[in-house]
Design a binder for this molecule. Structure first.
Ligand code: FES
Length: 693
């Protein structure tokens, strides 16, 4: 089978030289890149089923690709391991996990070892945007920081982001792509002598004597003594209840971004996305950039929950957003057990699906983008033990990465104060963080633009969101904010002369700025941004749409130029004068990619949705147990094994309020479940191996 890799990408550099290694999967020889995650190598070789569950012999695929859900567990060289956080090595023997793993045959007692003890002033857990900024603040104040991250590189979710960031240039690198922001922050951290970084390293235990247990480089165990703890461990993706939700091919949008953008794997041919927040919208964009079709996005809400500029951009590219629609079911191909189709239907005002509106799409992948839950178990444990601890970023509150950067800075200063160094955070930081995490505000009517003979910007940006880089880069100083809120939520306006430098076009994260000018009584010329590998050349025609994706006209391309700094193409087109002020983008995928099947596929019962993925406990089983046993404590659900699996109830716990509501029980009156003590599963053998080197 041809390897499913991303070999060309408009934004990401595809490394030319990587060391190829051989491994086997269920005895079949396969190849991959040394050091990539085993799950990614398996995907690249066409593997989608990682285990066979003991309940129903159901095939299971990945869900998070983030070390959180345990769905990717396979047997590697005889030991069950999460393949999404295990690096590939030459000669690995990888096998499907069939039902429960068996204990290794070698049961010789292990000898005692003398354990090394590391020490630091502050242990920072998580090297995403907030952890990196907290680390920098602490290092600049002279603290010795040990920064640990369970991935093979720093940056957290930033490394998955090929799009430009919102916010302001001065405060949070707005207009720069997440993957580049990660590089910038990493360089700053690596330059600090006070900072030691451990990658592929998880905190697996917290003890009352001021020490934490680290699983270093995914191979050995060590202890670290610390004075303060910053928990910036990020977030995990939430699951959603619908029948077929555990089929191989149904997984988180973040997992998809990890496979495509971090590991350059092409895991799908055609995806559907549930959830129209920024994560779902951007996942669609990332799919299209990697040459993967997007059949559509649906959201039960009647308005897209992400930024309007993101949603508009996706619509312009040819992806329909089905608002007021829910997923009814995901259907498997009977021959393979893999996802083959998704069925959606409109909901009424009570969110009840209307079956006569159902439509099915043949897809091999359904991305779940319905929100995130904080990874904050370590923080809670540290509070219980009376540690000096702060949390930052998504571990504290789910928000944009731009806001998390300020949150990290504030957390760093707060930790310094706890450790006796008074260096209060700049009061403006909290205010800026608040603005950056603002929900989208009102959409304003904007005046139609009349084009003259000189170029001028046309803004297709009408919703209050925290973003202003176009005002910073304008060489003529002719773009400013309208001043309605007095913050960067305001909308850009143009006044003065445009020098046609095109920087506003290149930097806009929403691709919402076009330059235009009149060229004749009925003709105009536009310069549009484009972030794909162009499959057209000057003289060819492109399909142009209005801001929300309605086709307006076909137009000839006059010129194509790449802005290398911003990795954005300028596409110069000749259009009609009447349409020019409305034209906002170029169609990327054609209508055939988004057509539903002739007939909807219906037939599964909603109560067959899986709540606990690890133990495959369904909605029907949980509701029955709640009603029969008058459950008043989540721990009672352990009788039917809910929450008893390898992920430690991290995935199912977020679904429980909804399931209790289905059983007619107010979840706020139910005693919470006991959190499991370790946040990360560690092979027992690793506990008696000192960390390497
Ligand atoms: S897919 Fe690997 S832990 Fe979730």
């Amino acid at each position: 089978m041809a390897l499913a890799r991303v070999t060309r990408h408009p934004i990401l550099e595809v490394p030319e030289e990587r060391r190829l290694v051989r491994f086997s999967f269920d005895g079949r020889p396969m190849g991959g890149f040394e050091g990539e995650m085993v799950s990614s190598a398996l995907f690249a070789n066409g593997v989608r089923e990682f285990s066979i569950h003991r309940r129903g012999d159901a095939p299971q695929g990945i869900f998070c690709a983030n070390g959180q859900c345990s769905q990717c567990t396979v047997v590697i060289d005889g030991f069950p391991q999460k393949s999404c956080v295990t690096a590939l090595r030459e000669g690995m023997d990888v096998r499907t996990l069939r039902r429960l793993p068996t204990l290794p045959e070698d049961d010789r007692p292990l000898g005692a070892i003398e354990r090394k003890l590391r020490s630091c002033d502050v242990l920072v857990v998580g090297g995403g945007p907030s952890g990196l900024l907290a680390t920098l603040e602490l290092a600049e104040l002279g603290f010795r920081v040990l920064l640990v991250d369970d991935k093979d590189r720093l940056g957290g979710k930033l490394v998955l982001q090929t799009h430009k960031f919102f916010g302001s240039i001065a405060d949070c690198h707005a207009g720069t792509r997440g993957v580049d922001i990660a590089r910038i922050l990493e360089q700053r951290v690596r330059a600090r002598p006070e900072v030691e970084v451990l990658l592929d390293t998880s905190v697996v235990g917290l003890f009352r004597d001021g020490r934490a247990g680290l699983f270093v480089a995914n191979s050995g165990y060590t202890l670290v003594a610390f004075e303060g703890l910053v928990v910036s461990a990020g977030a995990r993706e939430r699951s959603l209840l619908f029948p077929g939700n555990d089929l191989p091919g149904v997984y988180g949008a973040g997992a998809f971004q990890t496979l495509v953008n971090r590991d350059l794997v092409r895991p799908a041919e055609r995806v559907f996305i549930v959830g129209s927040g920024n994560v779902g919208l951007i996942a669609a964009y990332h799919a299209l950039q990697a040459g993967i079709s997007v059949a559509g996005i649906c959201d039960i809400l009647r308005k897209a929950s992400g930024y309007k500029v993101h949603a508009d951009k996706i619509r312009r590219m040819g992806v329909p957003i089905w608002l007021g629609y829910t997923v009814l079911e995901a259907s498997a191909d009977p021959a393979t057990g893999r996802l083959a189709a998704v069925t959606i239907a409109k909901v009424d005002e009570w969110f009840r699906p209307q079956l006569d509106t159902a439509k099915s799409f043949a897809v091999d992948t359904l991305l779940v983008a319905v929100g995130l839950s904080p990874v904050d178990e370590l923080y809670d444990a540290a509070v219980r033990y009376g540690y000096k601890v702060v949390k930052a970023g998504d571990a504290g509150e789910i928000a944009e990465a731009s806001s998390a950067m300020f949150g990290g800075r504030i957390a760093g200063r707060e930790m310094a104060r706890m450790l006796g160094v008074e260096a209060p955070a700049d009061p403006s930081w909290a205010a800026k963080a608040e603005v950056l995490k603002s929900r989208p505000g009102p959409v304003r009517d904007t005046a139609p633009v009349a084009l003259g003979e000189k170029f001028r910007p046309i803004f297709h940006c009408s919703e209050e969101i925290p973003c202003n880089p176009c005002t910073s880069v304008c060489k003529a100083g002719a773009i400013h904010l309208d001043g309605v809120t007095g913050t960067i939520l305001d909308l850009p306006v143009f006044e003065g002369e445009c020098s046609a430098c095109r920087l506003c076009v290149a930097i806009c994260p929403g691709l919402a700025v076009v330059l235009g000018r009149k060229t004749g009584p009925e003709s105009a010329e536009l310069i549009l941004p484009y972030e794909f590998l162009p499959d057209f050349a000057p003289g060819d025609h492109v399909r142009l749409t209005d801001v929300e994706g309605t086709f307006l006209e076909e137009a000839p391309v006059l010129a194509l130029n790449l802005n290398r700094q911003h990795k954005t193409w300028f596409v110069r087109v000749s259009t009609s004068l009447a349409n020019a002020p409305k034209i906002a983008g170029i169609r990327v995928q054609d209508e055939a990619k988004v057509q539903p099947l002739p007939e909807p596929l219906l037939g599964q019962l909603p109560e067959n949705a899986v709540v606990c993925r690890c133990e495959r406990v369904t909605v029907a089983e949980v509701v029955k147990h709640i009603r029969t046993h008058r459950v008043t404590d989540v721990n009672q659900l352990k009788q039917i094994r809910l929450g008893m699996g390898a992920c430690g109830s991290k995935t199912c716990s977020a679904l429980l309020p909804r399931v209790f509501a289905m059983a007619g029980v107010d979840f706020s009156q139910v005693a919470p479940g006991t959190r499991r003590p370790l946040c990360v599963e560690v092979p027992m053998a690793a506990l008696v191996n000192e960390e390497p080197g």
